[in-house]
Write a protein that binds this ligand. Structure first.
Ligand code: URA
Length: 196
């Protein structure tokens, strides 16, 4: 049921383009192929080059970090469904490098993300990084003030995390992120949102 609705959505996203400044590629090519019924959605920023090549989110270096962090929460990739805030890969230098999505791209993709979240109807959204957290908290929120604690938004609980790539650039965050994922695991267990 969700699978079919997602297929239709991603078919519409493919080939989407916007009038925003900057280069980009691969709208709609990246999607999680795991079970959309799991109830725990991870929301990232935007696909990079590796993700476009393989067609799955978090397929590169940040993805390998993410798998290690998920293990600290007692989770594997199969326990979560991963999506991105921006549906194409923002690029620079003739697609040779990734770049952070700009505000225009984030806004232009917001309706796709809304539709995706409506289909998935998760119980918990784990936001990875600032861009993903802003989707729920607005532009003024800073990940530094909210990471590692559950925030209740009506029916939905949002669990903000630093982006796993942040640990690659700021080694000091490594332990903070590890502790946040351990907290997520304890919280999911208390709420009986994951096995045993
Ligand atoms: N970073 C993200 O935020 N999303 C991906 O899919 C890959 C890296």
């Amino acid at each position: 049921m969700k699978e079919q609705a997602l297929n239709q959505l991603y078919a519409r996203v493919t080939g989407c383009c916007c009038d925003c400044p900057g280069e980009r590629e691969g709208a709609g090519l990246v999607r999680d192929r795991s079970n959309p019924d799991v109830g725990i959605v991870l929301l990232g920023e935007a696909p990079g080059g590796e993700e476009i090549k393989k067609g799955v989110p978090f397929a590169g270096q940040a993805g390998r970090k993410l798998v290690d962090y998920l293990a600290l929460a007692g989770l594997t990739r199969a326990d979560v469904f991963i999506i991105n805030s921006v549906k194409c890969r923002p690029t620079k230098n003739n697609d040779r490098a990734n770049r952070k999505p700009n505000a225009c791209e984030i806004k232009a993709c917001a309706h796709w993300l809304d539709e995706e979240l409506a289909i998935l109807s998760p119980v918990t959204v784990v936001t990875l990084g600032d861009v993903a957290l802003k989707k729920f908290g607005g532009n003024a929120v800073r990940i530094g003030n909210y990471h590692g604690q559950p925030l209740v938004w009506g029916e939905l609980t949002v669990f903000p995390m630093y982006h796993p790539a942040a640990a690659i650039y700021r080694r000091a965050l490594e332990d903070v992120i590890a502790e946040d994922f351990a907290k997520l695991g304890r919280w999911l267990q208390r709420k009986k949102l994951k096995g045993a």
